[in-house]
Design a protein. Structure first.
Length: 115
C-alpha cells in the first residue's frame, strides 16, 4: 500500500518560514517525480514545486525564489523549504509521487500565513 504522509504545516506570520516534509512508503521514491501542490479554498490545485528522478526542479511562477524542494531517496523523503511566506501562500499543501501511469497523493498539510 502506497502512503505519502505530509507534516510541517502550521500558522506563521507573514515573512516567516516553514519546512514541509513528506515521507513515502510502499514505493521506491528514487524513480518517481516528487512534487508539492497546493490548493486554497475556491481555487484549483496548483504546482508549487517538483523534482524529477534525475533531480531536475521546477517551480510555480509565484514562488519567485522563495521556496526550495529537496529529495532524500535514502530516507524516502521530500521536503519543501518555504521562506518569506505571504498571506497568499495560505493553502493546503499536498505531496505527490508520479511515474508513468502511477500518481499518488498525500492527505495534505495546512499552511496558514497571517498578515
Amino acid at each position: 500500500q502506497v502512503q505519502l504522509v505530509e507534516s510541517g504545516g502550521d500558522v506563521v506570520q507573514s515573512g516567516g518560514s516553514l519546512t514541509l516534509s513528506c515521507v513515502a512508503s510502499g514505493i521506491t521514491l528514487r524513480v518517481y517525480t516528487m512534487g508539492w501542490y497546493r490548493q486554497a479554498p475556491g481555487k484549483q490545485r496548483e504546482l508549487v514545486a517538483r523534482v524529477t528522478s534525475t533531480r531536475n526542479k521546477e517551480y510555480g511562477d509565484f514562488v519567485k525564489g522563495r521556496f526550495t524542494i529537496f529529495r532524500d531517496n535514502a530516507k524516502n523523503l521530500v521536503q519543501l523549504e518555504m521562506n518569506r511566506l505571504e498571506p497568499e501562500d495560505t493553502a493546503a499543501y499536498f505531496c505527490n509521487a508520479f511515474q508513468f501511469d502511477q500518481n499518488y497523493w498525500g492527505q495534505g498539510t495546512q499552511v496558514t500565513v497571517s498578515s
